[in-house]
Design a protein around this ligand. Sequence first.
Ligand code: PAF
Length: 273
Amino acid sequence: MQAHSDRMRRQGKTIAFVPTMGFLHEGHLSLLETGKAHGDHLVLSIFVNPTQFAAGEDFASYPKSFEKDAQAAENQGVDVLFAPEATGLYEPGYETYVSLESLPNHLCGIFRPAHFRGVATVVAKLFNIVKPHVAIFGEKDFQQLAVIRRMARDMNFDIKIMGAPIVREPDGLAMSSRNTYLKPEQRPAALSLYKSLVLARQMVAAGETGAAAIIEAARNLIAGFSDTAIDYVAICDPDTLDDMDSLDRPALMALAVRVGTCRLIDNMMLVRP
Ligand code: PAF
């Protein structure tokens, strides 16, 4: 992969890179579209990264559909599909990790303490292997995008990091590979995330500026659906992810809710009219 990227670079190509864990959906395809628009050599990686899963999480059962993904990649105009083995990326004796000081101590990082260390590490490794000019990540994983932007800046990666908007199902559910874990009867509960974000937007449009009132309304809405357990509902600064009390400037509303065994996340910007 490194030799190939060197060749492409020597030919003057702009390498656009979309890292994924596979089981591709429309959200991933939109990242590839963005990649195509910003580069002339498109690389997709599929790698279920063991270091970003804690014991008891879904590493072993993470959904896979390699053949289907490979076909989708081809249809989407992907030039290289890079799918390394875990043993190739983490060889025996591996002991180097990238961890950030502050951004992971918020939102999902509180519930998944080693997650962003694993993400930052594998993304740094993939950047050094794929050598892209531009890399695209989904805004659904807002904290992940913030972590990667910070890591790329702090570590002087000469790579443009781009975010791409959340892609939703027609009913509003944010697309995610993990949606496959949802049973049909859990769909209304899964939709409570999107509904609470829409409610928050409506409250802000109607003049509400207090974060606590919005969070309480969202929590009540979600709790009204059976089979839901809230990890967090937060209104925070989109750069630092620190909690905000008042919507005196644009804020990120982010939430994580477990529906049965499926952990869902979603987010939306709240901006006063
Ligand atoms: O968002 C994902 O699919 C993963 O966290 C990523 C960025 C590919 C790193 O493993």
